[in-house]
Design a protein around this ligand. Sequence first.
Ligand code: OSB
Ligand code: MG
Length: 356
Amino acid sequence: MPLVRFFETSFGRTTERRIVLVRVEADGFTGWGEVTCGEHPFYSDETPATAWHILREYLVPWSLGRNWATASEAATCFRPIRGHNMAKAALENALWDIEAQQKEMPLAKLIGGTQAEIPCGVSIGIQDTVEELLERIHVECEAGYQRVKLKIKPGWDVNVLERVRAEFPRLPLMADANSAYTLADGPRLKLLDQFFLMMIEQPLGGDDLLDHAKLQRQLSTPICLDESIHSADDARKAIEIGACKIINIKLGRVGGFTAACRVHDVCRVHRIPVWCGGMLESGIGRAHNIALSTLPGFCLPGDVSASRRYWPEDIIDPEVTVSSQGTIRVPQNPGLGYLPNLERIEKLTIRKELVE
Ligand code: OSB
Ligand code: MG
């Protein structure tokens, strides 16, 4: 699926997505899930090819013919497989879609969601010039989005934020470094305190919890962890050592709704605000993100925004739209609440396998 516009982070530029979808049929219902990994192993170690392999050789055979009462039993079954959370999430989340349809309730309600409308922000990638960035921020603010997240990296950070703050003094603003810094950059990151950011996301490595704790002690800007958190246990440890004050929850990164709800619960107990991150998902992953964002602890605007920001044409009907207040109304019909457009999906499909 070609993106409307390229998306650039500290680890590279994406112009089109290659997405593995999982479609499950059980008890006369059809459920859908999306593998949210990038095309290359830069954000995480998974790729569409590793997800295909793990699904085909392990997760699908382990699921066929099983008599599970709830989708979360799949999470228990998948536990012996180390890692590969995004492959696991795709299949488990498709089962959550089915469970919600069986129980005739919206997926949001099934997982314990309480919000009928969710607050939305946007994530704006690195641009070729600061002028282009300022123009993009204007467009998103006019559309009503409640906060803007900018991607930063060494060389595209302090100077850029200076210009953005000068033009948007009151904008709820944050920055995401996708692990582009090390603890040695502490003094440079300290300069970001002057911009009153809501948070700085994942400044250091995905395996650097301890260094994040050291950095957080040097900064007044709250640190939010993304890449570092793969489970509720990771969240507990990060909170305990003071590695972050906020957590971004992504369904794929933690391995599906069962784990995502657990991360949410741990954060809630410790009064750590959470929000839903994005992975440039198609409408299917986006629908799952919307359901997740309805849990009570999701009190900050997430990276869940309108289909048209990403796709000339999305693969669900209706596509996801955002109100002029910067919110998404959560669908009230059973399951995902959006219909996968089979014709469009078929047209975009370059590889397919049916396992019975
Ligand atoms: O770090 O949150 C991230 C996109 C791809 C990989 C990692 C990230 C992102 C985003 C975009 O920030 C979020 C979105 O708009 O889907
Ligand atoms: Mg991030």
